[in-house]
Design a binder for this molecule. Structure first.
Ligand SMILES: [Ca+2]
Ligand SMILES: [Ca+2]
Ligand SMILES: [Zn+2]
Length: 295
């Protein structure tokens, strides 16, 4: 595999992510993520809500262009000018490149129709916004001040992550709260950042997957039906819980109803950045339909 060929920046940052216990436990009850994981704080849907969304997406009959270009605004939220939180233009460009490689299949997965073009970068020094948690008034204030574009525009904010690597809004939330739409990533998760083993830029890849309508591969655990439960994607094998590290051969849902090993190399799992390198074709189709329906 030739994944991550664009990632050649040496880790020159020495700032480590500071994680408070309050931040760690904020969403553990809902998401059942291990407290040590500090992964993704994207909110889970209730099974009923997920079913309703799936029916909406399934009704979409249109066809997207062969290439859908998504304009990207990258908002650097920093604690000071020129320190590690002030993510450089070079690193932002590397992050966009990682997104494009992930979504065009060149790292080994499905060639989706999405490509990403950087439209603008903003830089704001604000420690309250830098430390803003999911759903806080500081987050709302930041997005209200900075968000650009319409439903098809991707706004990425790099912050502390507030104890997580990131979180995202789903496309079906856009109409109800357009200002909230976008993706938060920890500043040190970008290519060459200090959040090893999560510093090859796949936090953004993962969060943009949510932004385009994907769930975690382990959502719903060992769901009864591959297509009608779990992550609502038929070609990602069911997975009982999030995988960490790179547990090759893991098979957490066994038996004839659950063929295949866990999709640990999928961008929508929780494995290390070097271990995740693909979207499935089912995920690609779901993103297309969700984009067509909501964006
Ligand atoms: Ca699945
Ligand atoms: Ca299995
Ligand atoms: Zn996630």
């Amino acid at each position: 595999m030739n994944r991550k060929s664009a990632v050649g920046i040496a880790g020159t940052l020495i700032v480590t992510l500071s994680v408070t216990s309050a931040g760690l436990y904020a969403r553990t009850a809902q998401s059942q993520v291990a407290a040590s994981a500090k992964h993704c704080a994207t909110r889970d849907l209730s099974p009923g809500e997920a079913m309703r969304i799936d029916m909406e997406i399934a009704r979409w009959q249109g066809e997207l262009p062969a290439v859908v270009t998504i304009p990207v605004y990258y908002h650097v939220i920093r604690t000071g000018v020129g320190n590690a939180t002030d993510v450089s233009q070079t690193m932002i460009d590397a992050q966009i490149s990682v997104l494009n490689q992930a979504y065009n299949g060149s790292t080994g997965g499905s060639n989706t129709q999405f490509q990403f073009v950087l439209s603008g970068v903003t830089r704001t020094t604000n420690s309250s916004w830098f430390n803003a948690g999911d759903g806080t008034s500081a987050e709302a204030q930041m997005k209200s001040a900075l968000r650009q574009g319409g439903s098809n525009t991707l706004n990425i904010y790099s912050t502390s992550g507030a104890g997580y690597l990131g979180w995202a809004t789903f496309p079906w939330w856009y109409s109800g709260n357009p200002t909230d739409d976008g993706v938060i990533i920890a500043y040190n998760s970008v290519p060459g950042g200090s959040a090893a083993p999560y510093n090859e830029g796949d936090t953004a890849t993962h969060e943009v997957g949510h932004w385009l309508g994907l769930y975690h591969t382990f959502q719903g655990g060992c769901a009864r039906s591959a297509t009608n439960g779990g992550d609502f994607v038929s070609d990602t094998p069911a997975e009982r819980s999030a995988a960490f590290g790179c547990p090759t051969g893991r098979n957490s849902c066994t038996g004839s109803r659950y063929p295949g090993n866990d999709p640990i190399t999928n961008f929508m799992d929780y494995t290390d950045d070097y271990c995740m390198f693909q979207f499935s074709s089912g995920q690609s189709s779901r993103m297309n339909a969700a984009y067509g329906t909501y964006r």
